[in-house]
Design a protein around this ligand. Structure first.
Ligand SMILES: Cc1cc2nc3c(=O)[nH]c(=O)nc-3n(C[C@H](O)[C@H](O)[C@H](O)COP(=O)(O)OP(=O)(O)OC[C@H]3O[C@@H](n4cnc5c(N)ncnc54)[C@H](O)[C@@H]3O)c2cc1C
Length: 314
């Protein structure tokens, strides 16, 4: 299917891996550690930041599907080809973040922190179900960057990294539980001369975790329980309190880069405030719906939240 394409020019590959460890980290997060010899080929130049990978999930009763060439090489257009496969053979693809990557005596490992979505009545959440049922030794296919296929002309976004602060000295990060792995990884890599504020909204105070950062970014955790706050409401009010509207003093200027990822409706509300009322430059910002309440999947890379009025899907 990829005979006319030079696969060496394509930065992503399918990696055949297995679950090495499982640990619940907080009431709503399950950390799954993937391992496999092929992961020695996985990587990006520099830290992973908000590096996205994709998990290929077989439909119930189906074997684990493979993608691309028998050795896992992919090519421009693999996703469109995958979409042409009928269900149930096709299975599902969902996006996740590399929470950590490390070398061990037994080979490379990747941690992914899965939020287990409550399955709505009659509707599955295949990735959450997969993570809830996974056991040590369960095989999986993940799609991510192949270090040797990344060249100087590869754009960062083609590898799965969206964090591009463009030299900003101040950053504003905001996310719900699905963005905790990305925000944690970003903060770990920021140098001492970067300031700003990170807001993380999670279901429960027991989901709070210590994030190590050498930067001057202040981290604020918000929990919907025990008060039963509506999803996104705490993020919205915390940001309104902390980031003043245009026309008042202390408004973030051109030195600020904003990165926001959460449930799509929350991101739409935050974008509306930060771009329309505060005046942040959308070209120096990343607004991404990581998932959509009540809708299966979130698009191949999440939902880029753009101009009003609607949340675009792709
Ligand atoms: C770049 C990126 C990085 C991400 N990183 C992470 C990460 O590190 N960790 C993490 O946990 N998440 C992450 N996410 C979010 C994750 O991809 C989504 O939460 C994903 O949709 C989960 O898949 P799922 O199969 O469990 O649920 P989905 O099938 O996508 O369903 C989502 C929700 O909608 C409900 N639902 C589904 N279909 C229907 C329907 N027809 N009617 C009513 N309700 C329905 C489900 O019950 C569930 O609550 C990331 C997303 C992106 C884009």
């Amino acid at each position: 299917m990829s005979a006319t394409v030079d696969p060496s020019a394509y930065p992503l590959r399918a990696f055949d891996v297995e679950v090495r460890r499982i640990k619940d980290v907080g009431p709503h997060f399950r950390r799954i550690t993937f391992a496999g010899g092929v992961l020695d080929r996985f990587g990006v130049p520099g830290p992973t930041r908000d590096l996205r990978i994709k998990l290929l999930i077989p439909a119930a009763g189906q074997p684990q599907a493979l993608l691309g060439e028998p050795d896992g090489r992919l090519y421009q257009g693999w996703y469109q080809d995958w979409l042409k496969t009928e269900q149930p053979e096709r299975g599902f693809i969902r996006s996740y973040t590399v929470a950590a990557i490390r070398a061990t005596a037994q080979g490379r490992e990747i941690d992914v922190d899965f939020v287990i979505h409550r399955v709505a009545e009659g509707h599955g959440a295949p990735a959450s179900e997969w993570a809830a049922a996974a056991a040590v030794g369960t095989r999986a296919v993940i799609i991510g960057p192949e270090a040797s296929a990344i060249t100087t002309s590869t754009r960062l976004s083609e590898t799965g990294i969206r964090w591009e602060p463009q030299g900003a000295g101040q950053v504003l990060l905001a996310g719900d539980e699905t963005a905790v792995p990305a925000i944690s990884s970003i903060l770990k890599t920021l140098p001492a001369d970067i300031g700003g504020h990170a807001f993380l909204e999670v279901p429960d105070p027991a989901d709070f975790r210590t994030i190590s950062t050498g930067s001057a970014v202040r981290v604020t955790w918000l929990a919907r329980q025990p008060t039963g706050s509506a999803r996104g409401a705490l993020l919205d009010s915390a940001i309104r309190r902390s980031v003043p509207k245009s026309g008042t003093s202390g408004v973030p200027g051109r030195d600020t880069y904003a990165w926001v990822a959460a449930e799509a409706a929350t991101v739409q509300i935050l974008r509306r405030y930060l771009v329309n009322e505060v005046g942040l430059d959308p070209k120096r910002s990343e607004f991404r719906g990581y998932w959509s309440q009540g809708k299966a999947g979130s698009g191949i890379n999440g939902t880029p939240v753009g101009q009003e009025p609607q949340v675009r899907r792709r």
